[in-house]
Design a protein around this ligand. Structure first.
Ligand code: NAP
Length: 463
């Protein structure tokens, strides 16, 4: 048998999860011109692109233009897409070992973190991740309902996901109808009574997780005023000292932008978005349905690792809200036969090489993206992340550390066809894409999304 990575015996890689980290795995391999590969990209949905389709906000079309580069990667002759195929259901570790030299997990982090406060299970308490997937038309979440008859809503957390959720709630109907938000969400939000949205940050503006363009964009909403309480928008001495010493550019800009909103009178727009700082939820209140949220005022202190942390005071407040979204980060979930770090919500790994948790490499298994490093960074962060893993894969190929597949290169296609009759190829996806874009053109929108798997399969087959 010729050497692995040669034209006659290409390195066979299965990539589980067709989001940004999956596509950057392909493009990183393409940089090794002398190594021949066969890369098979699997996704449990019929649609590729992961959070670019189902997470990035519907009004952020520019961010979604990365899919043009992903298209190019997917259309290379050595790349195949197996959509509508779920690892652990249609394909298992034993199958992968028989057909591939290496497996890359880039399946993201779809679960949410909890607040651990009483009342979190009351009606009206949701994760922001569910709401995001719902308004983006993810088929598994399209059926969800949110009580948008409520006038006041609290979002816990001040990361970019919280900002997205706040913006979707505060947009006008016309602003939403110019986007590719799922139709069911546009219609539900058109009937919404929401007038007051609170974003609750446990630390100050200098420690906020949102980024400057996102916080600036809030001030450009057509019919929503931004409110920041004067004393909460002002920088405390500890944060000022830290900014002076460390000068993080985003933090400096965030502080400046929040300072601009602080203490400004409201202009009488029909919605208000209040961004609160130095407050933590202590209880979601109500019998069955949320009636309010109890928050405690925090003060900041320097912990023994030099981080500025929040500490509760004895100063409490209650906000009368009927809906609460917790937006305190995503978390990965375990996959069959893959070592998982429960506390971190990610796969045990060293630079992307899967380990057994005791530092020993698990031969043939790799990971990239949020399931490797946790839910941080922007889309482009996955490029360098996948690069790091692919470098390890190439080193391991050269050192002979890999599975030894026994089946032919083509055998997997018929196996998948037998396990999933509604298998979706990249050509099938291209038909779904063309259908959605054409439907969008008719309405002056980027696309009208299909939100059910049977509808996607029907369109793919009708082509
Ligand atoms: P994130 O950036 O990690 O923000 C999480 C927020 O939750 C922080 O404000 C954090 O506060 C807060 N938090 C955590 N635990 C809490 C608790 N127990 N009580 C109260 N607050 C708590 O997470 P994310 O917003 O889900 O975003 C995930 C990643 O996607 C980020 O890297 C983000 O930048 C990226 N993203 C980017 C865009 C964009 O570029 N437009 C859009 C969406 C998402 P502390 O800081 O005090 O921990």
């Amino acid at each position: 048998m010729s050497e692995i990575g040669s034209e006659q015996n290409p390195l066979r890689v299965a990539v589980i999860g067709a989001g940004p980290a999956g596509f950057y795995t392909i493009s990183n391999f393409q940089r090794f011109k002398e190594i021949h590969t066969q890369i098979d990209l699997y996704d449990r949905l019929p649609t590729p692109f992961g959070l670019v389709r189902n997470g990035v906000a519907p009004d952020h079309q520019k961010d979604k233009s990365v899919t043009r580069a992903y298209d190019k990667s997917a259309q290379q002759p050595n790349v195949r897409f197996f959509g509508n195929v779920e690892y652990g259901s249609h394909i298992h570790m034993d199958d992968l070992k028989k057909h591939y030299h290496m497996v890359m997990f880039s399946n993201g982090a779809k679960m949410d973190r909890s607040l651990d406060v009483p009342g979190e299970n009351l009606l009206g308490s949701h994760s922001a991740t569910d709401f995001v997937a719902w308004y983006n038309g993810h088929p598994d979440y399209a059926h969800l309902e949110f009580d948008l008859s409520q006038e006041s809503v609290a979002i816990v957390g001040i990361g970019n996901v919280a900002v997205d959720v706040a913006r979707m709630l505060c947009m006008t109907d016309a602003e939403r109808r110019a986007t590719d938000m799922a139709d069911h969400a546009i219609e539900a939000l058109a009937k919404s009574n929401v007038k007051h949205v609170y974003m609750l940050g446990r630390r100050g503006p200098a420690q906020a997780a949102f980024t400057p363009p996102e916080i600036k964009e809030l001030g450009e909403l057509e019919d929503a005023d931004i409110e920041v309480l004067a004393d909460e928008g002002r920088l405390d001495a500890l944060s000022q000292e830290d900014l002076d010493a460390n000068g993080d550019k985003n933090a400096v800009k965030n502080v400046e932008l929040i300072g601009g909103y602080a203490g400004q009178p409201l202009s009488g727009k029909s919605k208000t978005l209040t961004i609160r700082f130095l407050v933590s939820p202590t209880e979601l209140q109500g019998d069955k349905q949320i009636k309010g949220i109890r928050i405690v005022r925090n003060e900041l202190y320097l912990d023994d690792r030099g981080s500025i942390r929040p500490r509760a005071t004895d100063n409490f407040e209650e906000l009368p809200v009927g809906l609460v979204f917790r937006s305190v980060g995503y978390r990965g979930s375990p996959l069959p036969d893959v070592p998982f770090h429960e506390a971190w919500g990610s796969i045990h790994n060293e630079l992307g090489r899967v380990t057994d948790g005791n530092g020993n490499n698990v031969e043939g298994l790799y990971c990239a993206g949020w399931i490797k490093r946790g839910p941080t960074g922007v889309i482009g962060t996955n490029k360098t992340d996948a690069q790091e893993t692919v470098k390890c894969m190439v080193e391991d190929m050269e050192a002979g550390h890999h599975f030894n597949p026994t089946e032919s290169l083509d055998a997997i296609s018929s196996l998948m066809q037998s396990r999933q009759p509604d298998l979706i190829s990249y050509d099938d996806w291209s038909r779904i894409n063309a259908y959605e874009v054409a439907a969008g053109e008719a309405e002056g929108r980027p696309r009208v999304k299909l939100t059910s798997v049977p509808d996607m399969v029907k369109v793919a087959r009708a082509g």
